[in-house]
Unconditional design. Structure first.
Length: 122
C-alpha cells in the first residue's frame, strides 16, 4: 500500500481503514480491510465490487454510522485534516450532513437502516 504525500487539495484521505463486526457466535468478522484512498476537491471516486465486498460498509465507516456491532477498528479518515476516526460524538454530529453525507440506495423509498423509524420523522 502506498502512502501518497499530503497536498492542500486533498479533501478526504482514508488510510488503512478496517471495519469489524462481532458475529452472533462471538467471533470477529473483518468486513473491510486496508482501504486507502485520497479524494481531492472536485474529484469523483467510484468503488466497484461484488455484493458483500464492503462498499456500503466502507462508506458508512467514514462517518462512523456503522450498524449493529460494526466498528472502525483501525485507520484514519482525514476530512480536511480532521480525523473522523478519532472524533468525538459531538464533533461527528457537526460534520455529518454538513460537510460529508451519504445518499443511500433508493433514497426516496427506503429508510436509513442506521436510524430508528422515529428518527426519520423528527
Ligand atoms: N449489520 C451487519 N452485521 C454484521 N455484518 C455485516 C453487517 N453489515 C455488513 N456486514 C458484513 O460486511 C460485509 C460487507 O457488506 P456491505 O453491505 O458493505 O457490502 P456491499 O459491497 O455494499 O454489497 P452490495 O453490493 O450488496 O450493496 C458483508 O458481507 C457482511 O459480512
Ligand atoms: Mg451496498
Amino acid at each position: 500500500m502506498t502512502h501518497q504525500p499530503t497536498s492542500a487539495q486533498d479533501l478526504l484521505q482514508v488510510r488503512d481503514l478496517e471495519v469489524e463486526f462481532t458475529a452472533p457466535d462471538g467471533s470477529t468478522l473483518r468486513a473491510v480491510r486496508g482501504v486507502t484512498f485520497t479524494l481531492r476537491r472536485g474529484e469523483t471516486l467510484a468503488v466497484v465490487g461484488e455484493s458483500g465486498s464492503g462498499k456500503s460498509t466502507t462508506a458508512l465507516a467514514l462517518t462512523r454510522m456503522l450498524p449493529g456491532t460494526g466498528r472502525l477498528s483501525t485507520g484514519s479518515v482525514l476530512l480536511d485534516g480532521q480525523d473522523l476516526a478519532a472524533a468525538s460524538a459531538e464533533e461527528l454530529r457537526a460534520v455529518r450532513g454538513a460537510r460529508i453525507g451519504m445518499i443511500f440506495q433508493d433514497p426516496m423509498t427506503a429508510l436509513n437502516p442506521v436510524l430508528t423509524v422515529g428518527r426519520h420523522l423528527d
